[in-house]
Design a protein around this ligand. Structure first.
Ligand code: ACM
Length: 685
């Protein structure tokens, strides 16, 4: 068998140019460390079978079972549910030894996958590598004129970073267990290994506590996980090679604590979940009682959550609650502290001792960074890459979350460009770099619901997963998007509702079966970026307010708009001579131009749609301008300047947000309108 060795960089070349030729189009996410392409392929037929040799346990067996279920979904074939005789199988799995009883940071996750024409072999040191290798195999399955097959390849793979996390905020809006589980399935598919649950915040305390039952009875506003449910979730995650990291926010972000136990707060209550009510909710770090409660509570939680780490939050302590309490101010002065930061460091030092007493290691957001803290505290950087580098320089290990905030509604490419080792970290010494363990995508919950959270997480999180797994040189954005588009529909096999959820929501908004015109509009808009939606609010943010508007349904990144922008780019680059791009643009622009007339009757019939009228009108106006510009470019006739001035003014207005939504096709249409001034278009025709 002739084997063609390709370096990782060559694989990207294939990935980004595959559509142009007959080269295989690998749809890996994340891209493996090395891929050697062989010739030929392994057919996937109804007689497909697998066997496990070497070390195996319940987790490996269940992983293999899940693999077969998934392969059945991908092929529609009924595959044998049980492992077969090693001598007769299609896929031979071998792990050398067991993994750690509680998954460790930096545990070996590597695997080798060799696919020949009659046999595939998956080898790993332990079951973690086996789980990852099985996902890689599933991503290789392709349909061909001759049937399903897996191309002959030899893959050697291991993660770049040991910590590849996803934070889900279940405090601001409660996310039920089944939704978390399907997201764990998605994480497994892209080889992520930490689910960080933000379990407590102002809006709710989401974990059952037997030592302080009012925390969940009163502090949850009715929605929390029982300990049995959490044990089930932890086992589910472990089965997929994923650690579960709990976060209990303190001393700030803690109103839910005080709704249940106001005596822990710095200022007298009462505290309630009423938006904007009550004093600044922050724990009183000067009273022993606070630490007694935290000791007992963290002792209980340390038994429930097996992971070696516990996240204590520590971010955004305003200090107002401390400033307004004379007893606390007196404590600061009498202990020789300079300010509230010193008081928080004092709190963290005492907290750290409690966490250690329960055999756990403390993680906090980057505000916890203080020279008084021991070096085994891990810092999660959310305010910038600078703080991650600063922590590493001072001897602390750290994780990057800055740049990976999914709630900011950035495009995947923007997250993809963020590298934990770049910027300030790039100048660190090798020893300091070793302290950077990876990063976490963060799904903050101000605007999430069980219905739309998948669409905020997927597929964008897969781009972050690749950043954290694949070699640093893997950064071709076109290749990433090609693979993300494919991954996106494949993720639906796992029950993720990142595409289906939007359709359900559009039906609700319209109240009718025919949502085609609404969908046309919905497919070209995105929610406003960063914190603009919060800033647009008229009153205090309220987590009990309905989330049923188009901004809640729309994808964070419009695939349609991205594809349209690509067409414009192709067309402009071709010197306006790409007829395929031109006809594809025309088809889209024509549909958009006529969409307002189709959508209008529906807008009047639904209070959830009426706010969209100006947006729908803008889409038609902008599309008409695009069509006209194409007309000029087509005829090779420069557009009149007065026409362009008028169109660019309309386009400028259409860039403003409407109903917290942005029309994402405006910028590419602007490009066409501006290009239509060119004489060169005419000269070439
Ligand atoms: C944070 O976003 N305050 C961690």
């Amino acid at each position: 068998m002739r084997t063609l060795t390709i370096l990782v960089t060559a694989v990207f070349f294939l990935l980004s140019t595959a559509s142009a030729g007959s080269q295989p189009q690998f749809m890996f996410v994340p891209v493996p460390t090395t891929v050697e392409l062989g010739t030929g392929s392994l057919p996937i037929t109804r007689s497909f079978s697998l066997a496990i040799t070497g070390f195996h346990d319940g987790r490996t067996d269940r992983g293999a079972q899940r693999f077969l279920v998934q392969l059945s979904r991908q092929t529609g074939m009924f595959l044998k549910p049980t492992a077969s005789e090693p001598s007769k199988v299609t896929l031979l799995i071998h792990a050398d030894h067991d993994s750690e009883p509680v998954q460790k940071v930096g545990e070996d996750e590597s695997y080798d996958l060799t696919i020949g024409e009659s046999l595939a072999k998956l080898h790993a040191a332990n079951p973690l590598g086996i789980l990852h290798g099985l996902q890689t195999f599933l991503q290789l399955v392709e349909i061909t004129p001759g049937g399903f097959r897996v191309p002959s390849v030899t893959i050697k793979d291991q993660p770049r970073f040991a910590w590849r996390g996803l934070l889900i905020d279940v405090a601001r809006h409660f996310i039920p267990l089944d939704v978390l589980k399907r997201n764990l399935d998605g994480m497994e598919a892209v080889k992520m290994n930490v689910l960080h649950l933000h379990l407590t915040d102002h809006e709710g305390f989401r974990v059952e506590s037997k030592s302080y039952p009012k925390l969940h009875q009163v502090g949850s506003a009715g929605a929390y996980y029982t300990q049995a449910e959490l044990r089930d979730l932890i086992a589910y995650a472990r089965d997929r090679g994923i650690r579960l990291l709990p976060e209990f926010e303190m001393p700030g972000h803690s109103r839910a604590w005080f709704v249940a136990y106001p005596e822990l707060a710095s200022l007298p209550g009462p505290y309630s979940f009423q938006p904007g009510s009550g004093p600044d909710p922050v724990m009183d770090p000067t009273q022993d009682k606070t630490y007694k409660v935290l000791d007992k509570f963290l002792g209980e939680m340390s038994k429930l959550f097996p992971d070696a780490y516990v996240h204590i939050g520590g971010d955004e302590v305003s200090g107002e609650g401390w400033d307004k309490n004379p007893k606390i101010q007196e404590f600061i002065h009498s202990h020789g502290m300079k300010n509230n930061q010193d008081l928080q460091a004092y709190f963290n030092q005492r907290l750290q001792k409690i966490v250690n007493k329960h055999h756990k290691i403390m993680i906090g957001w980057d505000e916890v960074l203080h020279p008084d803290l021991p070096k085994n505290v891990v810092v999660e950087s959310w305010r910038g890459q600078q703080s991650l580098a600063a922590a590493a320089k001072q001897g602390y290990s750290g994780l990057l979350s800055f740049g990976y905030y999914l709630d900011l509604m950035w495009p995947a490419a923007r997250h993809y460009a963020v590298d934990p080792m770049a910027d300030a970290a790039a100048t660190l010494s090798p020893e300091e770099k070793n302290r950077i363990w990876g990063g976490e995508a963060c799904m903050w919950g101000e605007w999430t619901t069980p219905e739309n959270i998948d669409s905020r997480i997927w597929p964008r999180t897969a781009a972050i997963a690749e950043r954290l797994w694949s070699p640093q040189e893997v950064r071709d954005v076109n290749s990433m998007y090609t693979r993300l588009d494919e991954l996106s529909w494949r993720l639906e096999w796992l029950g993720l509702a990142h595409r289906a959820g939007k359709i359900h929501m559009l039906h609700r908004m319209a109240g009718v079966n025919d949502i085609s015109a609404l969908r046309t509009l919905a497919d070209v808009v995105e929610p406003v970026k960063d914190y603009a939606r919060m800033e647009n609010l008229k009153g205090p943010w309220d987590n009990t307010a309905p989330l049923n508007r188009l901004v809640d349904a729309a994808s964070p990144e419009s695939d349609t708009a991205r594809h349209f922008a690509d067409l414009v780019q192709r067309y402009v680059q071709s010197g306006f001579r790409d007829p395929d791009a031109e006809s594809a643009m025309r088809a889209l622009l024509t549909a958009w131009q006529g969409n307002d007339d189709k959508l209008h009757p529906y807008l009047e019939h639904s209070f959830l749609l009426s706010e969209l009228a100006p947006l729908s009108q803008n889409l038609s106006t902008v599309a008409a301008a695009g069509l006209k510009a194409l007309g000029y470019l087509d005829k090779g006739e420069p557009s009149p300047e007065s026409w362009r001035t008028q169109q660019l003014a309309d386009i400028g207005r259409a860039k403003a947000s409407v109903a917290d939504l942005l029309l994402m096709v405006v910028a590419p249409v602007q490009r066409l309108v501006e290009a239509s001034s060119l004489k060169s278009a005419s000269a070439s025709r």
